[in-house]
Design a protein around this ligand. Structure first.
Ligand SMILES: [Zn+2]
Length: 294
């Protein structure tokens, strides 16, 4: 009896000892990891990796390459939130690259192209609830048609009216970008691409006229102007950059996939910001795995 009790006691002691050593090791490793992380964060705060996600339409009835359901959109935002991502505007990237502002440790930018009314109808309440920010890029002719035709506020097909654009710009969770007035076409030119027969001066005049027309609509009908430009179909060139930056645009959204490695005080990367198109045909997990987010 005594012997077995003695053995039980020593075995207990040994287990207790092992647990103590294990706990101590975990604490030491944790301490090292945290101090190591702090050093990395301090050293790297001037350089930040920024993923930009590109959404288009939001519909309950169907999904596609450019259409996602409201439920899946919300699932995406919750995934980002649960993985420590904090949304910022494209204009925050401009401020960071101009050296005026810092970015959070894990920033993410969310964009919506083409100015669908369903962004207002479905996304606005979700973004307000989860406190996420988004940049919405408007096509002038679409919004002009919805405003003047009298056929507006249908999530299935209409676009944001000037009044809704104004309301979104005034909302703390949204900002607006320029996606051309009437160059969101495949013909006679591909997006803002230069026509082969056009000389540079004619091209400059045509592009300037179109983009300025939308800026004037923003100014006159909505009371703001924007420095954000989203290239229709991701089409751009050195010449288009020269013209658009001359008009005052500072951040340019492409459709090329990649993570943006931005450096505080360095504006060069704003010229071609990479984005990942969010197809509604894959799951939230699959999409973020593709982007490489953890
Ligand atoms: Zn577009």
């Amino acid at each position: 009896m005594f012997v077995s009790h003695f053995f039980q006691k020593t075995t207990k002691n040994r287990i207790m000892k092992k647990i103590c050593v294990l706990l101590l090791t975990i604490l030491l490793l944790l301490g090292f990891a945290l101090s190591h992380q702090n050093i990395v964060v301090r050293a790297d705060s001037e350089i930040v990796d920024v993923p930009i996600i590109m959404y288009h339409s939001i519909l309950k009835s169907r999904s596609g390459q450019y259409i996602i359901s409201p439920d899946k959109l919300k699932e995406d935002l919750l995934w980002l939130k649960n993985h420590g991502y904090e949304s910022v505007f494209v204009s925050d990237l401009i401020d960071f690259c101009e050296g005026k502002k810092d970015l959070p440790q894990k920033p993410v930018v969310i964009t919506f192209d083409d100015g669908h009314y369903n962004n207002y109808y479905y996304a606005k309440p979700i973004f307000e609830e989860l406190k996420f920010k988004a940049t919405i890029n408007i096509v002038g002719t679409y919004s002009e048609f919805s405003t003047t035709s009298g056929d507006f506020d249908n999530p299935n097909y209409s676009h944001l009216t000037w009044g809704e654009i104004k309301a979104l710009q005034q909302n703390e969770f949204f900002e607006i970008g320029n996606h051309t007035y009437n160059m969101h076409n495949l013909k006679p030119r591909y997006g803002i691409g230069k026509k082969t027969e056009e000389d540079f001066e004619t091209y400059k005049e045509n592009l300037t006229k179109d983009v300025t027309k939308l800026e004037n609509c923003f100014k006159d009908k909505c009371g703001f102007t924007t420095k954000i430009f989203a290239y229709p179909f991701g089409k751009y060139s050195e010449e288009s950059y020269e013209i658009l930056s001359g008009l005052g645009f500072k951040a340019f959204l492409t459709c090329n996939e990649g993570i943006n490695h931005l450096k505080k005080g360095d504006e060069s990367k704003l010229k071609t910001l990479y984005r990942y198109n969010r197809s509604g045909l894959i799951s939230t997990e699959e999409f973020f795995k593709h982007v490489g987010l953890k």
